[in-house]
Each structure stands twice: as C-alpha cells, then as structure tokens.
Ligand binder design. Sequence first.
Ligand code: ADP
Length: 533
Amino acid sequence: MSRTKYLYLAKILIIFVIYFATAKFGLSLQAVSRFATLIWIPTGFSLAILLLFGYRYWPAVAFGAFFVNLFNGAPPFVALGIATGNTLEAIVGVYLLRRFIDFRKSFDKLNDILTLILIAAPVSSAISATFGVSSLLLGHVIDSSAYTTTWVPWWIGDLISDLIVAPFLLFWLQKYSITIKPLRILEFLGLLLLALAVGFVVFLGVGGVTTTNFPMRYLVYPLIIWAALRFGQREVAIIMVIYSVLAIWVTMLGFGPYAYKSISDNLLFLQFFMIITSVTSLILSVAISEKRELEERKDDFISMASHELRTPVTSIKIYSQIVNNKLSEKKYIAARKYLGKLDDQIYKLTSLIIDLLDVSRIQSGNLTIKQEPFNINLLVTDTIEALQKTTNDHSLIVKGTIKKEVWGDRERVYQVLVNLLANAIKYSPDGGKIVVQCKDFGYMMKISIRDTGVGIEKAQLQRIFERLYRIPKDRKGRVFNGLGIGLFVCAEIIRMHKGKIWAERNKLKGSTFHFTLPISGDAVLRRKRILSN
Ligand code: ADP
C-alpha cells in the first residue's frame, strides 16, 4: 500500500475515534428515546472535516455513527439507518454550502454564514433526524406517538452542533497568522476571565439568587459584542464554547436558568437560547470582520493607488522636460524617442484611470456591455502580439482555435485578455512560457492562460477575484505592486457575458486562469427564441 493510502486510513481512524467518542458522550446525556440527544458534537465535527478535507472521509462518519448506535443498543439495521442519515447529513451539508456560495471554508463572509444558518444546517440536520427517527420507528425502538418528540430534539441537537462546533473548528483549523502584542493578549485574557465569571453568574446565579427566578441570560451578549468588536470570529467562537459548556453542564446538573421541568425538557429550552445566541454571534462577528477587512484593504489601496498614479505622472513630467530640451536643441530624433516613452506612460495612466472608473461603475451597477458577434481568434492573436512587445523574458504562445464567433463586447473581452496576460507576465518574474489555450465546445468557448510564475495558494484562488483583494508578496518575499482591482473587473465583465472565470494552481509551477464565453450561434438562437415568444 502506498504512503498516501496509509495516511488516508490513519486519518479515517482518527476521525472515527473522535466521532465515536463525542457521539458516545452525547448519547450519555439524557438522550430522548435513548437516541435523540440535544448535545451532538459529531454533526458539526463531520461537517467541518468533510469541508476541510473532502468528501472522501465519509466512511469515518458512517462507521462512527454505525458503531456508536450499535453499542447504544440499536438493532443492526436501525444503526445502519441512523448511520446513513448521519453520513448523508455531512455530505449534503457540504454540498449545499458549495452549491449556494463560492464557499471558501473560512466562513469569513456574511453570505457563507447565512447559507450555513438558513440552508445547510437546517436541511442537513432534518435529513439526519428523519433517517434516524424513522429507523427507530421501523425497528420498533419507538412507537409512532414518540416520532415528533424524538425528531425535534434530534434536529435541534444536530442544528446547534452545525452552528457552534462547525464554525469553531473551521475558524481554528484554518491557517492564520498571529501577531503577538502583549496588550492584546492581556485584553483577551481579561475577556476570557470575565466571560467565565459572567457564565457562572448567568448559569449558576450569585448570592443565593436563583437564575430561574431572576434570569440574567442577556449578560452574555456584551462579552460576545466585545469579542466581535475588538477581536474576531475565532475569539467569539471561544466565548460561545465557554458559554455552551457551562450552560449544558449546569442544566444537566438540574440547576440554572432552565431548571423548569425534566432535564431533557430543560435542555430543549436551553438549546433555543443557544441557537439564538450562536446565530447572533456568528452574524455579528462575521459582519464586523468583513467590514474591518474591507477597511484595511481600502487603506492599503489608497496608499498603493497614490503610488501607482504618482509614478507615471513623475515620468511624464521628466520626459516632457527632456522632449522640450531636445526640441530646443533641434535634436528631433531624440525628441521623438522620448515622445514614445511619454506615450507609454500616458497609456499606463489612462488604463489605471479606466480600471478605477470601471470599479466605480460596477459598484453603482452602471457597467454596460455591448452585444455583438466578433472574431475572438483575431482578438487573442492581436492581444498576444501587443503584449509580447512589452517583454523579452517571456514567450507568449497560442494553442487551438475557436471556429465560431463569440457574442459580446469586443473591447471588454480585450480588457480581460490584457489583464490576465499582463498578470501572467507580472507574476512570472523569472520569465518563462505563457500558453494561451483556446478551446471550442460548440455552444461555448474556453480560454486558458497558463504561466509558470509564483502561483497562488489554494485558499486564495477564489478570493483574488474580490474587490481590492491582493497578495502583495510571494513566498520568496518578492514585492508586487498593484491595486487589486484587475481580476475583480475581469470577473464582472465575464459574469455580464454569462460566462465563468476561475483560477487554478498548476501541478508543477505557476497558475492557470480560465474563462468561458457563450458562442454567438447559441446566443443568437436564444435571443431569437426570446423575441419570438
Ligand atoms: P493586482 O495585480 O493589481 O494586485 P489583480 O486583481 O489583477 O490585482 O490580482 C489580484 C491578486 O491575484 C494579485 O495581487 C496576485 O496576488 C494574484 N494574481 C493574479 N494573477 C496572478 C498570476 N498569474 N499568478 C499569480 N498570482 C496572480
């Protein structure tokens, strides 16, 4: 067996053990009808694992769920039914997150969190609850009168796990950089201590005041807000875990603000509170982080933009002085040479201004594209010819042809090609081949631009298309200037053409950018059909 297979099996084993242990723990806590527990860590755990490592780890979930239910006294086929539900739950959860959003695993966009809260978590948990409770019913472990009373806690237990455990793991298992500042660490320790103290007061009460008569639950919110405002999602997730552990522990002991009835009823009340708190904290922390990140990007952008604008302006000033001198000395040939340089700088400045205008047009929804057929082959060769003139270190090569005409805006598609090719040149500082592959699929065409440059980290493959997102240094510490708007504008232009754009890491070196566009025949037909209807 190869090393990767051993590694895969070892990982499966570790996931299985963690799944089994956390599931056993959950089932030991006052499970409704012996199988529906309100504290079910495995759901969030398996969602995070499949998201981070891929669908191929599903067997660990299936075996974990099967054996834990078998050991809990379920007949084998009931355990199999429950395990099927639990496995499908994780797979469907991941599928929905990937289906509805350009999911980046890091959960750092409001859209990601809302998709988790509103779609992925409730739907996938319902699958598990339905499979599980129906298996119990078919196996005569419960009778039909207990169906709903078992289904609801099952669903809620899984849901809350997706809302607390999965984000916690996803936030903390991602790569991130820590800057150690003593004052920040001190502040965070203060926050943790206070969170613990507030947790004890809220869930255990103080000075003989029972928290059932005098509920102080709302006290948890200021600390969550503090963590969100001053720190980030990771820290908010820690506070949520502290509160969850304290709340569940106290409620299990029969105390706390939810000590109304039987322990399983109390846990249910508690879980409603936990759902509201986790949803609030997730949305708040992500919204604040998103805003903070955009602010930081804007600050970087302003300093980069002034630098990028100043360079050509300074050059223009110098060249115009030189031209002036040469003209007064009647050195016309030299003057013409500098006029050429002057022209290059004016071109740079103009394209920068056009890019900036495009960004503001996209923001205000005013970017328009023409709809006309054009010859994309010619456009590709013209662009390559023009860009080849700007470099001696790179060789630009075209492969393949696109037979039919493309439907869209020639100038805008030219802009995309220039942007992608200029990036391929810029991010291949050691030179090399840049291959432009054209493919004709009949109803659409695909252009792929492959370079052998610095490459892009997997986690950033989608992010680079965001507004102002850029990676200022490569792994060797080489600095690249830019504004982080080129790919954002490209993505918008391609989106408006009903095409797709994406980036890939090459196996050996560098990256490949692909984009697709509809071919005119199909688009004309579609237009005719729409008009004739
Ligand atoms: P800019 O190049 O001005 O920073 P872009 O929007 O064109 O902005 O690109 C965004 C980011 O994507 C860049 O900062 C760079 O890190 C990355 N990138 C774009 N094209 C390539 C490429 N061909 N190879 C490696 N990284 C790239």
